[in-house]
Design a protein around this ligand. Structure first.
Ligand code: GLA
Length: 396
């Protein structure tokens, strides 16, 4: 099944806001979902990532409040307006569910000592939920840019990303890295974002697949993932343990050229052998990101194909975060003529990414659809990913 995924409709969001809150929204802010081109499970190892923004957005229609109260409503969630009073704004607030993400952003801003008041917010989103496309970061960043503007905070995009990550870690309880929030806040149309997650330096790398006769496809396997359920946290703890055992601040500090020695050292330690595959993935993946950037800088996007495929093998075999549906999507796409394919995002479900020549895109799409049907899996949702803009204010 293909899906061209339009952005959320601002006029409709403004009308819904008016009906809900009986007032005009002060403004509308949008933040996109993302796909990560390459650099997976590297961001909590101080490593490199290269996400790009999707055309799918979460839109927030918003107005400020002076009483500190946060009122939240989502077109996609059951129930009406959720009201969170200032005294209830703490991790685990009563009835916390999706509201933990926007409430967490306000909480993180207050914790940081920022002079931020309350707000009325209505959200609507076209970012698929639980599809590994960062719907939660889109929700956080739409909230962050809205609160920043409504209360005149004047924060930078990287600062908003950091606050949103704190919201997700400390309020929503998901131990994620900084990639998704930075992608939603900082990506620009026509580019992938090369981010060093240690010092947060970033570079916009032009990525125009169509100009090279290529297409990037997202395959949403419809297997819903949850990062909060422990497997992600265990990978993260394993990486941090391996860094300690190797005497480095983070796995980022192991140069690719020294990988064999590092793995041998680790294997010789008590309990070290189990960490070898994690380290091998992170170090080789960082190296693949650097190679990918070099290829894009040199105008060779075709050359990304084998890197994507190697990334998938590493995530599947060493990091063990893939699943049968992601493996089938990637293997089928490659067998049908794609240049490369891999899972994207945290894994355990969610989406795969396929790089394919324009001329082969229809064949590859059909092959993946057929393979899923034959395996008895839910039909995937397949759509092209053209790098879109990061968070922005919209006109109603
Ligand atoms: C999730 C997290 C990110 C990152 C990826 C894996 O999307 O939110 O911080 O760790 O998984 O690369």
């Amino acid at each position: 099944m293909t899906d061209t995924a339009p952005a959320a409709d601002p006029a409709r969001a403004a009308a819904t806001f008016r009906a809900l809150y009986r007032a005009e929204p002060t403004g509308l802010w949008a933040a996109p979902g993302r796909v990560n081109l390459i650099g997976e499970h590297t961001d909590y190892n101080d490593g490199f990532v290269m996400p790009l923004a999707l055309p799918h957005t979460t839109l927030a229609a918003a107005a400020p409040r002076t009483d500190g109260v946060l009122r939240l409503h989502s077109a996609g969630a059951p129930g009406g307006i959720v009201e969170i009073r200032p005294e209830d704004l703490r991790p685990g607030h009563p009835g916390a569910d999706w509201t933990a993400y926007p409430a967490g952003v306000l909480w993180a801003m207050r914790e940081a000592g920022l002079p931020v008041g309350g707000a009325d917010l209505h959200y609507t989103s076209t970012v698929p939920l639980g599809a590994g496309l960062s719907s939660s970061a889109a929700l956080e960043i739409a909230t962050a840019v809205a609160l920043d503007a409504l209360h005149g905070l004047g924060l930078s995009r990287p600062d908003l990303a950091r606050l949103a990550q704190r919201a997700e870690n400390a309020y929503a309880g998901v131990p994620c890295g900084i990639m998704d929030q930075t992608a939603a806040a900082c990506c620009t149309a026509g580019h992938a974002l090369f981010l060093d997650t240690r010092d947060l330096t970033q570079r916009q790398v032009p990525f125009d697949a169509a100009a090279h006769g290529l297409r990037l496809l997202v395959v949403d396997t419809r297997v819903r993932h949850r990062l909060g359920d422990g497997a992600y946290a265990r990978r993260r703890a394993g990486c941090e343990g391996a860094a300690r055992a190797l005497g480095v601040r983070a796995l980022r500090d192991i140069p690719y050229a020294h990988l064999p020695e590092a793995l041998a050292d680790l294997a010789s330690l008590t309990d070290g052998a189990a960490l070898v595959p994690l380290v091998r993935h992170v170090v080789t993946e960082n190296h693949r990101v650097e190679q990918a950037v070099a290829h894009l800088d040199a105008g060779r996007p075709h050359a990304l194909g084998p890197l994507l495929t190697a990334s998938h093998a590493s995530l599947r075999d060493d990091f063990a975060v893939s699943c049968p549906e992601l493996d089938l999507a990637a293997a089928t796409a490659i067998a049908a003529g794609a240049l490369g394919a891999r899972m994207t995002g945290g894994g355990f479900g969610g989406s795969a990414l396929v790089l394919v020549e324009e001329a082969a895109a229809a064949t590859v799409t059909k092959a993946v659809d057929t393979a899923f049907a034959t395996a008895g899996y839910t039909a995937p949702r397949i759509f092209p990913a053209v790098p879109g803009a990061g968070a922005r204010r919209l006109d109603p």
